[in-house]
Design a protein around this ligand. Sequence first.
Ligand code: DAH
Length: 378
Amino acid sequence: MCYTRGRDGPFLFGDHMDDPSAKSAELLERIAAAPSPAALDEIRIELLGRNGMITLAMRELRQVAPEERRALGARLNALKDQITDAIADAGERLRLAAVSNRLAGERADVTLPVRAGETGRIHPISQTIDEIIAIFGEMGFAVAEGPHIEDDFHNFTALNIPPEHPARQEHDTFYLPERPDGSRLVLRTHTSPVQIRTMMRRSPPLRIIVPGRTFRCDHDATHSPMFHQVEGLVIDRTTHMGHLKGCLIEFCRAFFDVDDLPVRFRPSYFPFTEPSAEVDIGCSRAGGELKIGPGGDWLEILGSGMVHPKVLQNCGVDPAEYQGFAFGMGIERVAMLKYGIPDMRPMYESDLRWLRHYGFVPLDIPSPVRGALVGPAS
Ligand code: DAH
């Protein structure tokens, strides 16, 4: 030991204290050999703690004759610094050793089987939208979007539905409170206003589909106040009714996955198309069971037509130069038909039992939405 406890406390002046380097070598060796952070801490307390060897020795200095105190003090300070540094180094070494030890023990075994986690389901509406986008995406359509809150011009007037037009009543519109100028915004009643926004912002040729939410004041087994539509619009110099028919027949057969699906175009009326046609697909209802495919019966699934020249004009597109076709389809309706969902209301009730039953297991493939999105039309 470097010092011995005498009557009045520890003495600095053992034989060793004349040779602090010998003493420090021994202490430093102990520090360097500390096997764990806890052992190192014990040594720190033993040397530098409140009653530690060095601390007490410093205190004892007061008893040393002034002529010796200075030199002894300097040596003691140097020893204290050495010990402090050595403890810090040893601490760092032990910390690094602990980290590499842990890393060695934690090596990942990539051959272990994957733990099956709980995965959610894709809602049938999202699934149907993705399928529709994928089919039209292959035909060169891009996806466009527009706002849910619309003004009268985009939702009605520009689509050739003037204020007194009866089609306005049919839409069961949700109106927002009157604005200072007397006008009222609406929750869009269909996705058709995005036709207008797209034609006003981009020049033809255009080939877009617009999947999105729409709103009407209506609620029963086949109507919800919020529902989804997909709009389609093609504008080019030579686009004609044959393109409309080819495109929609192709879509219906791909979507319902029935190669020989009969598709019928029935004359109809929409203010924004001329001529207009409703599209029916073949089905059978034999034995009270609805089956999509050849079967002698028909199911209406979408509205379509050649874009009315007035609509083109309203958007600054010259009808003498350009023409095109448009269509609109209820997404809930085709989802219900394709996946045998009898009632629309539970679609928005977030009942997990319904979602587990009708939802889709996500596949690890990139969503077609991301690839095809061209961003908002406005
Ligand atoms: N907007 C119509 C509706 O909500 C659907 C529709 C029919 C859209 C014919 C069209 C179309 O673009 O050409 O009932």
